[in-house]
Design a protein around this ligand. Sequence first.
Ligand SMILES: [Zn+2]
Length: 206
Amino acid sequence: MTDPHFPITPAPGAGDVLVVVDVQHDFLPGGALGVSDGDRIIPPLNRVIDRFLQAGLPIFFSRDWHPPDHCSFREQGGPWPPHCIRGTWGAAFAENLHVPDGAVIISKGTQKDEEQYSTLFGHDAEGRTLARRLEDLPVRRVFIGGLATDYCVLNTVRDAAKMGFRLWVMTDAVAAVDIQPGDGARALDEMVRNGAVLITSGEPAS
Ligand SMILES: [Zn+2]
């Protein structure tokens, strides 16, 4: 049996988990820190999200959720313009991203003095980290997509690989900031060196 939209082999099933990283207005075109082609990832991501929902598999949605005086902002000596300030439009998920009711949301960078690129140590509404949530599941594969390839996706893959998880990174469902040309490609190379499998949401993978 083939599925034209998601022929990942084997198809998602028990033990598979999806992590959707930071698909927020400020990281999309028009946002404070917009990835120029960031919105191309949303249709493939939605197909994967829908597939996981149909199968009743866990999905985690991470978000940057900063206080107004976060240490990563230039006014505080950090590298970035203000972005993803908690409760603002810029911090909200893209309207066309399929975020189901009751989705598990992982907030990160919530403390003024703490930068968090990796989603693993962000926390859910009950204060549990994503790392803890994953440890509590029988995880076979972790699928990952979102923004940006060269920052939060890369750091999530680094940490998840250290924890021993098998990672499948969907290259049509990630996009890079590319401050230095090639940053995104180098990030993908590093992920592979960390054991990640690169796939696209619509291609068979081995
Ligand atoms: Zn941030």
